[in-house]
Ligand binder design. Structure first.
Ligand SMILES: *Cc1c(COP(=O)(O)O)cnc(C)c1O
Length: 396
């Protein structure tokens, strides 16, 4: 018997907005690290925890019953006050802890909530390419159209933003600029001059800016300048940061937003229905962490700078072209100096060949061909781990 009509193809479970974001490369590469026993320099998390006194502060909060029930929606007052004090002390930016600071479930939620709050379906959102993987998904969830502006390697090393290309990418439909400095994965730290030019574009074209500054304390060369500090920017900029990278507690997921009352209220409108609140006791601990002496922040930076230098030298020795990062946890390399050109193939074979896992930068690009020869290695690992990785890479 043949059926009269054939059944329509089953409707895909995953909706159209998310269809292109199946599973991340991190899952594949971490599984490969496990099955081969390779050293995992793929994902960017430290392999040692942050300061003992901060961990103890979290234990104290738990024991004292602070934050074990729903904390206030905007975040506990102690943390909001500490965030405002940090912005004032570090950058001279004054924010009212009650109306201009919002605590989020990591920077990731802050990014998602900002885009969901500020973007209408069809709005264009400009993001620097290669981009952090959650940007594309968050823009898609908000119904926005992603417009990548590509950072390109320069002859003197490092990746650079072409300001003319950025200017040309702005259209009448552009709503928002999604910025990231220090930049993951390239390690680019935008200079004061570049930021001033970006600010001028935002003001001239009346754009909102969401700026991801989670690596603000991990700048090895140059300085971190918040975009919100430029003329005309305070009222149009949502600044995002997080305790994860600054205090080496990526599992706690304590992030925050600072901005004008109107912007923070808008982001809170979305945030309250994503998680409502999170990380109660950890919020108290991070309030104490933000008040650590300056020596903590410079110590973390100097430690990671030395690790950058160690891994950069090892990767150079192994025959890779190193694009020395000015900040972050990551080094981007170019594999063409090894006579190879496909970063995916390189990363899939690297664990078997030498016992190291890295990430193909192409996953952070819309223009896959632009990203093809680049491969990212994380150096936020203990020195002996990096030394062993360097020894293994020499076999390349
Ligand atoms: C790690 C990272 C984040 C995520 O921060 P969480 O606080 O862990 O959510 C956001 N942006 C960039 C660029 C990152 O590297």
């Amino acid at each position: 018997m043949t059926p009269m009509t054939s059944a329509p193809p089953p409707r895909p479970l995953l909706n159209r907005r998310l269809a292109e974001f199946g599973t991340t490369i991190f899952a594949e590469m971490s599984a490969l690290a496990l099955s081969t026993g390779a050293i995992n320099l793929g994902q960017g998390f430290p392999d040692t925890d942050g300061p003992e006194e901060v961990r103890e502060a979290a234990v104290r909060a738990l024991r004292d019953g602070r934050g074990n029930q729903y904390p206030p929606g905007p975040g506990v007052p102690e943390l909001r006050t500490a965030i405002a004090a940090h912005q004032e002390r570090t950058y001279g930016l004054a924010y009212d802890p009650d109306t201009e600071v919002l605590v989020t479930a990591g920077a990731t939620e802050a990014i998602a909530a900002s885009l969901l709050a500020l973007v209408e379906p069809g709005d264009e959102v400009i993001a620097l390419e290669p981009y952090y993987d959650s940007y594309a998904a968050s823009i898609a969830l908000a119904g926005g159209k992603r417009v990548p502006v590509t950072l390109r390697p320069s002859t003197e090393g490092g990746f650079h933003l072409d300001l003319d290309e950025l200017r040309a990418a702005v259209t009448d439909r552009t709503r928002l600029l999604l910025l990231n400095t220090p930049h993951n994965p390239t390690g680019t730290v935008l200079s004061r001059e570049e930021l001033a030019a970006i600010a001028a574009i935002a003001v001239e074209r009346d754009l909102l800016v969401v700026t991801d500054e989670v690596y603000e304390h991990l700048v090895f060369d140059g300085e971190h300048v918040p975009l919100a500090s430029f003329p005309g920017m305070r009222e149009r900029t949502v600044t995002i940061s997080s305790a994860g990278k600054t205090f080496s507690f990526t599992g706690w997921k304590v992030g925050w937003v600072t901005g004008s009352p109107a912007l923070v209220a808008a982001v809170r409108s979305a945030k309250q229905f994503l998680t409502y609140v999170s990380a109660g006791p950890f919020q108290y601990a991070i309030a104490e962490a933000l008040a650590l002496p300056e020596s903590y922040f410079t110590g973390l930076r100097d430690d990671l700078r030395a690790k950058r230098d160690l891994l950069a030298a090892g990767l150079t020795d192994a025959g890779l072209t190193v694009h020395r990062p000015a900040g972050t946890y990551f080094i981007t390399t170019d594999i063409r100096s090894l006579g190879e050109s496909d970063g995916f193939a390189f990363c899939r074979s690297l664990p078997e060949r030498v016992g190291v896992v890295a990430i193909p930068n192409a996953v952070f690009y819309d223009h896959k061909d632009e990203g093809a020869p680049f491969v990212r290695f994380a150096f936020c690992k203990q020195v002996p781990v990096l030394e062993e990785a360097v020894a293994r890479l020499k076999r390349l």
